[in-house]
Design a protein around this ligand. Structure first.
Ligand code: ZN
Length: 511
């Protein structure tokens, strides 16, 4: 950085007098933009600020100094998501809505943020992960718990060697050093500074087989995203999805049997769809036990130039929903979301100038909230780090049939159910003696009870929920409870008496 520029930047920082860590982060971004520099770390700024005060003989702004000295903050939910993309590669699919850009894995657009970063790093997994960790830390976040999300073409269609190499390099980057094998890299990561606590992979339902799921477990995968798009077979045929509702149900059953948590992508407004048909798909998702996704990504169909559908649109054979129709539909969809489901996304992050036709509203979620939609999904209720006393929460158990077994969604919530502090997803299979914890998540923090004089054993939500899951499983006659734990959280479960077994951590239950 040019010296003059740096001096001006520090002077601006001095004059701006940020009041909160958020102010400071906002200011850092503004200054980086204003002076065309990269984001500077707190430490870097602190050094420069001290120098400035000395040179200029200015009285220090103590508050600014304090903010700069403060240890970096955790991201809101304590977990830093890092998204990486696999290299461009042929996809077995021929879906008509799918963007097909050169130099990009199928279905991705170079201008999407994560895709742009991947392209800049030549799709190198090591550089992508390392770069994101650095960026997060420069923004004042602690990246000690990483949720790694791998996007790109159909994961299961890449060569096996490439898949193993890709994941190993991600672990290497998190570890800050190279290991000889994937297993060694994972072992090291169990106690590393930057732990990968969850790994998300994305594939097609027709590629979900037992063999493939075992391979995903070997890589450390804990969460699978699959493209459903619609549960209307006529629509699936029309869009050349080359997949069936039965195969989607089969894939889902396998995912549950392996204890994975999973996300469905659905696309309202596909060719052949009507709002009524889209609502039918959503109702089927939660009324038909063969489906029951944990999370949803709702991607309203848009026309992009590199898709085959663009030709249909040009010929007047297809038209996306108008804004009003789409927003009314999304409200109907939200009304039908059960309290144990999380809507992760409501639109896809496609930059507006790539959208030829279709939804351009980027703040759909807020737009719908303004219309007063009461969505009871997890995302709309999560406590976001709020602190709460145990006695102000209630233990709630929701039970529903799921692919031949039973799902128990066990949570701590406010008495009015408007806030959810923590939950565990417990799957009790129909034909096995082993129950699965598929997900354990805490959003809030419990205020420890007891006086300062008495030493208080602080038992958080996570341990209480695990105890409940163990109790329920034992009562229902299961003799083992397995947890699909990410590599970086295995230690947490070992401390609770769980032992490694076939890529899971497992506890035998006393009858
Ligand atoms: Zn919601």
């Amino acid at each position: 950085m040019v010296k003059k520029k740096a001096e001006q930047l520090i002077r601006d920082l001095h004059n701006a007098r940020p009041q909160t860590p958020d102010d400071l982060h906002q200011l850092k971004r503004e200054l980086a933009k204003r002076y065309g520099t990269e984001l500077l770390s707190h430490t870097n700024l602190l050094g420069r600020y001290r120098q400035f005060l000395k040179d200029e003989r200015e009285p220090a702004n103590d508050h600014t100094l304090k903010l700069l000295r403060r240890r970096s903050v955790r991201t809101l939910s304590g977990v830093a998501p890092i998204t990486v993309l696999t290299k461009p590669y042929p996809c077995p699919g021929r879906c008509v809505y799918c963007p097909t850009e050169r130099n990009m894995p199928k279905s991705y657009i170079a201008s999407e943020p994560a895709a742009a970063r991947a392209l800049a790093n030549q799709f190198d997994p090591y550089k992508q992960v390392k770069g994101r960790i650095k960026q997060l830390e420069n923004n004042g976040h602690v990246a000690d718990k990483i949720e790694l999300i791998v996007l790109g073409g159909t994961w299961s269609f890449y060569e096996k060697d490439y898949r193993e190499w890709f994941i190993k390099r991600c672990f290497d980057a998190a570890n800050g050093m190279e290991n000889a094998t994937l297993g060694e890299a994972q072992k090291m990561n169990e106690t590393a500074e930057h732990r990968i606590i969850g790994l998300t992979l994305e594939t097609r339902p027709d590629y979900v087989t037992e063999e493939e799921l075992w391979h995903m477990r070997l890589l450390g995968c804990t969460h699978v995203q699959i493209g459903i798009q619609s549960l209307d077979q006529a629509i699936l045929d029309l869009i050349k999805r080359d997949d069936t509702v039965e195969s989607m149900a089969h894939a889902t059953a396998l995912l549950k049997q392996f204890g994975f948590k999973f996300t469905y992508h659905i696309m309202p407004g596909l060719p052949g769809a009507t709002p009524e048909k889209d609502i039918q798909t959503v109702e089927m998702l939660f009324n038909d036990e063969r489906f029951q996704p944990d999370m949803l990504k709702i991607y309203p169909t848009v026309v992009v130039k590199s898709s085959l559908m663009y030709q249909w649109w040009k010929a007047g054979k297809y038209k996306p929903y108008d804004d009003q129709t789409l927003q009314d539909l999304l409200i109907e969809i939200k009304r039908r979301i059960p309290p144990y489901v999380r809507i992760n996304r409501l639109i896809r992050d496609i930059p507006g100038n790539d959208i030829i036709d279709g939804n351009l509203v980027t703040n759909l979620r807020q737009k719908l909230q303004e219309r007063g939609v009461a969505c009871q999904c997890i995302r709309c209720r999560e406590a976001k780090g709020k602190k709460v006393r145990m006695e102000d929460t209630e233990l709630v158990i929701r039970t529903y049939p799921s692919s031949g077994g039973t799902e128990q969604f066990i949570s701590f919530e406010s008495p009015d159910r408007k806030t959810i502090y923590a939950f565990v997803r417990l799957f009790l299979p129909g034909h096995s003696q082993q129950a699965f914890v598929r997900e354990l998540h805490t959003y809030g923090e419990m205020i420890p009870v007891g006086s300062a004089k008495k030493a208080v054993q602080h038992v958080g939500f996570g341990k209480r929920l695990m105890a409940e899951a163990e109790k329920v499983s034992a009562e229902k006659g299961f003799n083992k409870l397995a947890v699909i734990a990410g590599i970086g959280v295995r230690e947490y479960y070992r401390k609770m008496g769980y032992k490694d077994e076939n890529t899971y951590v497992v506890k035998r239950l006393a009858k």
